[in-house]
Design a protein around this ligand. Sequence first.
Ligand code: PGA
Length: 254
Amino acid sequence: MARKIVAGNWKMNLNRDEAFALVSEITGMLKDEESRNLKVILFPSFVHLGAVVQLCLGDARIHVGAQNCNDHVAGAYTGEISASMIQSYGANHVLIGHSERRLYFKESGDLLSHKINMALQQSLTPVFCIGESLEERNSSIHFNRIEQQLSTEIFHLSGDDFKKCIIAYEPVWAIGTGLTASPEQAQEMHAFIRAIIRKKYSIEVAEETSILYGGSCNDQNAAQIFSLPDVDGGLIGGASLKSRSFVNIIKSLP
Ligand code: PGA
């Protein structure tokens, strides 16, 4: 059975005090849910990473990750952050291939493959994001696009390494737009992704891989989306910036 997860991607939001307040509110509210075996991942900005790790030490269910990492080990790459730096601060996850990185920073599939390798080398869990554009969906090539992203960007991994990764399906047209994939669209794509993983690796790998949904997920629609058989939780952007809505989303996990 795949692990159920709710992850919050803060993107380029929250200054120091706001970030600290959000974490303490979330950890406080989750105390009421102590009996539940939840997995939550927070993705703050790099500058807050070390502090957020420290603030979350009291709750083993809360993990912390970076929103990006460089594809090199170390060296003359001004302004960049390596996987080993992230790991050295106690963070254990990293987002790779978010559509905003692909679109605004022109990250190619080849680069993303290298980033996945680098993350795994440093024992970080990659949360690998895939998703089709509105044009691709309207032209009915969304399944081809998803299959292509998986096969060219992450299927170079061995089954053992792939099992260490989390997949996030985020239709680009649903991110930050208030448009959510319908339950039918989400389930259909998640089942497709699991089937492709099964074909490439095995039933065991496919069933153990957590496939998260992302794109305008909020505390009004999370319960319905999370109840779908092939959806193992969510990657939440805007709604992860408010403690109440984020904790309500976490509580929506079945
Ligand atoms: P959103 O973002 O929830 O604000 O749509 C999701 C994401 O980009 O990961």
